[in-house]
Design a binder for this molecule. Structure first.
Ligand SMILES: [Zn+2]
Length: 293
């Protein structure tokens, strides 16, 4: 019996098979969450068995899809005590391969894309996700097709070139890049040539990689929850992932029902999650004309 049993739409709750590539819910474009047989995992695996495992996010493979990981050593980043504030820790995600937390989600997404035999992965990105996809696609021997704003920092662009990705520079911002990927998807060869859009929330597995941050915070604090997590937020997948991890860990009996206060921090030049929160909405909207401030 596989650990991963099915995918579940976070909007309408419909179940979908996890044994083939999936994108979003066909009914309502909701994000599909990977669901596991947590009762069976609880019977056969405990948090004590994590001790001595490799210091990567794949130490939590009991709660990740059953596939051969495409790994560059991502995750299990240190929690450094703040010199300025007692009882504050800084989780140094800059130590991940390619220098950002994007490595987690793309390690998981590329692992599953390879598992399903997909050949071409597309992403719109203004920087870090592009570098991460390029690196993991290279490690998996699949093609990375990256759509970047023309004014992206040169270092991000060079990184993608060096990893052998196909980079398309787009006049405009990240929203225009997303539109380019959407246009590509309308080509009739999209499905037959093994393409997958690995944009944020457009496939089920980036959130699975990001959720390992939640497992790590709990393990590194001795299975106690912090009072709060202050999280620099882009699309919000890290927040979703950590919250999913807390729910899974409670069902596994690794933590209780306490939850940290989640504090989302966004740049004023692109703050869709903050805007949705301030307006009391349950979903966020595309931020027009995202800029750097
Ligand atoms: Zn749905």
């Amino acid at each position: 019996m596989p650990r991963l049993t099915h995918l579940e739409c976070t909007r309408c709750g419909e179940h979908f098979p996890a044994d083939r590539p999936q994108t979003v819910c066909p009914n309502d474009a909701g994000i599909l969450y990977a669901r596991y047989d947590l009762e069976a995992i609880k019977r056969t695996f405990s948090s004590a068995r994590l001790a001595g495992r490799a210091p990567t996010m794949w130490r939590y493979d009991a709660v990740l899809p059953d596939a051969d990981p495409v790994s560059l050593g991502e995750g299990f980043t240190p929690m450094l005590p703040s010199r300025e504030y007692p009882n504050v820790f800084i989780k140094d995600e800059g130590l991940n391969p390619t220098g950002s937390f994007k490595a987690r989600g793309l390690s998981a997404a590329v692992t599953m894309a390879k598992h399903f035999g997909l050949k071409k992965l597309a992403i719109p990105s203004a920087g870090n996700a592009a570098g991460a996809l390029a690196a993991y696609a290279a490690a998996a021997s699949v093609e990375a097709h990256i759509f970047m704003p023309r004014d992206v920092p040169i270092a991000n662009r060079i990184e993608c070139d060096y990893y052998g990705a196909q980079v398309t520079l787009v006049d405009g911002n990240i929203s225009d890049c997303a539109r380019k990927v959407a246009e590509l998807k309308e080509r009739d060869t999209w499905s037959t040539e093994g393409w997958l859009d690995v944009s944020t929330t457009k496939e089920p597995y980036r959130v699975e990689g990001k959720k390992t941050m939640g497992y790590e915070v709990a393990e590194q604090l001795g299975w106690k929850m912090p009072q709060g997590i202050i999280y620099p937020t882009g699309g919000g997948v890290g927040l979703l992932g950590m919250w999913k991890a807390f729910e899974e860990m409670e069902q596994l009996g690794w933590i209780g029902d306490q939850r940290p206060k989640m504090v989302c921090v966004q740049s004023s030049g692109c703050a869709p999650i903050v805007k949705a929160w301030d307006e009391g909405k349950s979903t966020s909207e595309m931020w027009p004309n995202a800029g750097r401030f």
